[in-house]
Design a protein around this ligand. Structure first.
Ligand SMILES: *Cc1c(COP(=O)(O)O)cnc(C)c1O
Length: 400
């Protein structure tokens, strides 16, 4: 096969789609009015903003008054968690519950709150990258201010039992926040049916631009304000609205929710072909996380005896963009906390590959990856002292 360019890192970010760009362009040019201004250019901007809010609300089955635009998924997570923690603390509630494999936007916020005197329970995920609603029920205490559990994991792609957790929290009257940044656009979400009180999402994970997000905040739930300033977002999130990006986000979420089943089916077919093809062709590798409870577009596989960073570089030379569980985003060489949380030993966690598919990917892309990957793994293993040792052990075993 000829060299191709294959972008298979949609969990990191996605390209802006054509219809999304078209929805944005008028607001980058003549539609520059400030939605807070009273002349017609301002009022037009305000009208557009409110129509975007309606679109997002519709996609989540929420009310427009429950949708707040933010600057990103990270801000939405920070607001939900710090806001609920502060509101809880005033009632003497200083206990928070989350999992040990959240995105750092949640984990580092929790750690910061621990320093401020909150107590945090980090529920351990099992080897499949899942937790149960029963674990949440057992962890809830009279002083629990918030449960924050991600909808789907960004590294291994597992989907958690959100409706069941929502029911447990509702029954215990504890606010429930979910970081749904990976799920929105891939999984049908109904915040009412699923009993979600707060939900974070981000534009750039669903073919909208970077730097725009949403916090859904159920009406009646009181949390503290995070961004102080002007009266935007009904006085609860200050800052002049990023209207062009908001219009892009609204278009993206509407497109995604109209076609959710078709898109999911397409991605699932490509994902399953990749999983089956890799497991069949490459010895001593394993799929990380539950096969069944999995985002349509995501997979994460560990290969014994290789190093993730070198794998990514060799894939890049063949035009393939992917990511590694051992990605040292922070510059540290520690393997991913997610892979350690599901019980992978350090040396195996280091040799992990995440492939995440999106709308532009095709079966040809998948076949290309399946052609390119096995020889790269073989080459890396042929140079790896760790692999050499594994093979020696294997030979000793078969002789003995
Ligand atoms: C990407 C991501 C975030 C952060 O969103 P930004 O808009 O990049 O700040 C938070 N949580 C999860 C699960 C993510 O995948």
């Amino acid at each position: 096969m000829e060299k191709r360019f294959v972008y298979a890192d949609h969990s990191a970010t996605t390209p802006i789609s054509k219809p999304v760009l078209n929805a944005m362009l008028p607001y980058l040019t003549e539609g520059y009015g400030n939605p807070s201004s009273i002349y017609s250019k301002g009022r037009e901007a305000k009208k557009a903003l409110e129509s975007a809010r309606e679109q997002v609300a519709e996609a989540l089955h929420a009310k427009p008054s429950e949708i707040y635009f933010t600057s990103c998924g990270t801000e939405s997570d920070n607001w939900a968690i710090k806001g609920a923690a502060a509101a809880g603390a005033r009632k003497g509630k200083r206990h928070l519950i989350t999992t040990n494999f959240e995105h750092h936007a949640v984990l580092h916020t929790m750690q910061m709150l621990e320093k401020e005197g909150f107590e945090v329970t980090y529920l351990p995920v099992d080897s499949q990258g899942l937790i149960t609603a029963a674990q949440v029920r057992e962890a809830i205490r009279p002083d629990t201010a918030l449960v924050s559990i991600m909808y789907a994991n960004n590294e291994i792609g597992t989907i958690l039992p959100i409706p069941e957790i929502g029911a447990v929290c509702r029954e215990a009257r504890v606010p429930f926040h979910t970081d749904a940044v990976q799920a929105v656009g891939q999984v049908a979400i109904d915040v009412g049916v699923q009993q979600i009180d707060m939900l974070s999402l981000s534009g750039h994970k669903l073919n909208a631009p970077k730097g725009v997000g949403v916090l859904y905040l159920r009406s009646g739930l009181a949390i503290d304000t995070f961004m102080h300033g002007g009266a935007q977002e009904r006085g609860r999130r200050a800052g002049t609205e990023n209207l062009a990006s908001i219009m892009g986000l609204a278009a993206a979420i509407t497109i995604a929710s109209f076609q959710i089943e078709e898109r999911a089916a397409r991605r699932t077919a490509m994902r399953d072909r990749l999983i089956d093809g890799i497991l069949a062709q490459i010895p001593r590798c394993r799929l990380n996380g539950s096969r069944e409870h999995r985002l349509p577009g995501s997979l994460n596989i560990s290969f014994e005896g290789i190093e993730g960073e070198s794998l990514l570089l060799l894939l890049d030379m063949k035009g393939i963009c992917a990511s590694s569980g051992s990605a040292c985003t922070s510059g540290s060489l520690d393997p991913s906390h997610v892979l350690l949380a599901i019980g992978l030993p350090h040396e195996i966690a280091h040799g992990s590959l995440r492939l995440s598919l999106g709308d532009e990917n095709t079966m040809e892309d998948v076949e290309y990856i399946l052609e390119i990957l096995p020889p790269i793994i073989e080459r890396l293993r042929s140079m790896s002292p760790v692999w050499e040792k594994l093979m020696a052990e294997q030979r000793a075993q078969s002789v003995g």
